[in-house]
Unconditional design. Structure first.
Length: 120
């Protein structure tokens, strides 16, 4: 059984402790590529397009958009390339969680909710 207190602590924990940048302006594509390489993932133009899209969404909405809504928005934006399947092909650990990590963004609320169907 899931401990709700652990889930809340994980969602609200210190961003830098979760591997995310504290200052969003300090991010660069080179940092994202290096971080992904450490994880064994080679970022290409398709990966970077999704990461840029997430950063644009964060710039427009801040941390107010939840994971479910962000996933839906990503799937619509990249529907012509394969939508959900395409996103998970590029980011097998979850397009929102993994791409947000490389984008230096805080994880949106609900990203690590086991009932949501993320892969963690």
């Amino acid at each position: 059984m899931q401990d709700i207190n652990k889930l809340v602590a994980q969602e609200n924990g210190d961003a830098s402790m979760r591997g995310h940048l504290v200052e969003l302006d300090a991010w660069s594509e080179e940092q994202a590529i290096a971080l992904a390489k450490q994880d064994g993932l080679e970022l290409g133009d398709d990966h970077l397009a999704i990461i840029r899209y997430l950063r644009d969404c964060y710039a427009d909405h801040g941390g107010t958009i939840n994971a479910r809504m962000l996933t839906h928005t990503l799937e619509e934006e990249f529907a012509g390339l394969g939508g959900h399947r395409y996103l998970y092909t590029l980011f097998p650990l979850g397009p929102v969680a993994q791409a947000s990590h490389y984008a230096g963004l805080p994880i949106p609320p609900g990203t690590r909710d086991p009932s949501f169907g993320t892969t963690h």
